[in-house]
Design a protein around this ligand. Structure first.
Ligand code: NDP
Length: 294
């Protein structure tokens, strides 16, 4: 079997087009332009690239983009003060503080300082709790992207045995919660899990988010399974050429799986699109409008 590729780039493009339509509708209905504020502390090169891409795509869908670049030595109190200012700014509907923040700043304090209604990363404990209890929440972007991609392979995931590899707060746990909501039977694996290959072999749907390059092998995969690869690893081959790889050994897995997301071009492009989606949803809710159909 050769797996069908689930194209994250195309799916993200279609989602951005729908977001642009919703942005236009909100502007027309209540005269408000959805606004996303991104805060970057320090000059981590990878974060710089993310922030630049986020700003570019924000403007492309017709939203307002506010960038706040602070020096690495910014005091925690000053960052918290900026967040408070953004919480109270009516032109800002989504707030994202690019993680990681420098070591002298308490990440949890920062996340908790963001108004949950504007927490477009979905990391605030209130949003995590709402997701876990099946209430209206802002849900972390990468997990939403994973589920949208899985539904490209099979629109109704009900009854599938899903194995999520990884239990981080930003990927593994929210993916598991979302798949439960989709009526999957969910197993969450982590670094202490015993017999992982055997567990994965029972899965109709595998979400690999362990942060371990090409850890998931083709021999672990049930024939026909849906494989969503969240991992991103920059590798350099013997010729010095950089290649992005995932948590899944792609070629051998694609021989067995029914559907697979590539790296790059799978989950990655969905993350920013889902951030824009969350920002539009946040804006609609803050203005008393129904949730956009995205
Ligand atoms: P974390 O390092 O926070 O979490 C990794 C999880 O995987 C942990 O729960 C860990 O278990 C588990 N794990 C580690 N090693 C193994 C193993 N050998 N077997 C089983 N489980 C294991 O990573 P993140 O969740 O933040 O990210 C995961 C991956 O996704 C990374 O490669 C990251 O770069 C990528 N990523 C991609 C994004 C995108 O937009 N495409 C966005 C976010 C992340 P334990 O809890 O026991 O330590």
């Amino acid at each position: 079997m050769t797996a069908q590729i689930i194209d994250g780039k195309l799916t993200a493009k279609a989602l951005r087009a729908s977001i642009a339509d919703e942005v236009a509708k909100i502007k027309e209905t209540v005269g408000v332009t959805p606004g996303l504020a991104v805060v970057l502390v320090g000059a981590d090169p990878a974060s710089e690239v993310y922030v630049k891409n986020k700003a570019k795509q924000t403007v492309e869908v017709g939203m307002a983009s506010f960038e706040h670049r602070l020096p690495a030595e910014t005091a925690e109190d000053d960052l918290l003060q900026l967040i408070e200012q953004l919480n109270n700014d009516d032109t800002v509907h989504g707030i994202l503080v690019q993680l990681p923040v420098p070591d002298h700043i308490d990440e949890r304090k920062v996340i908790s300082a963001i108004d949950p209604a504007k927490d477009v990363d979905g990391f605030h404990p209130i949003n995590a709790g709402r997701l876990a209890t099946g209430q209206k929440a802002l849900v972390p972007c990468t997990p939403v992207g994973c589920v949208i991609l899985a539904k490209q392979a099979q629109a109704d995931l009900t009854g599938l045995n899903a194995v999520v590899i990884g239990r981080s707060n930003i990927v593994g746990k929210p993916v598991a919660q979302l798949l439960l909501q989709e009526n999957c039977t969910v197993t969450v694996a982590h670094s202490r899990t015993q017999n992982l290959p055997e567990i994965v072999r029972r899965a109709d749907l595998v979400v690999a988010a362990a942060g371990q390059c090409e850890m998931v092998k083709g021999s672990w995969i049930k024939p026909g399974a849906i494989v969503i690869d969240v991992g991103i690893h920059r590798t350099v081959n013997e010729l010095g050429k950089t290649k992005l790889k995932g948590d899944v050994a792609y070629d051998e897995t694609a021989e067995v799986a029914g559907f697979i997301t590539p790296v790059p071009g799978g989950v990655g492009p969905m993350t920013i699109a889902c951030l824009l989606r969350n920002s539009v949803v946040a804006c609609a809710r803050l203005n008393g409008l129904p949730d956009p159909a995205l």
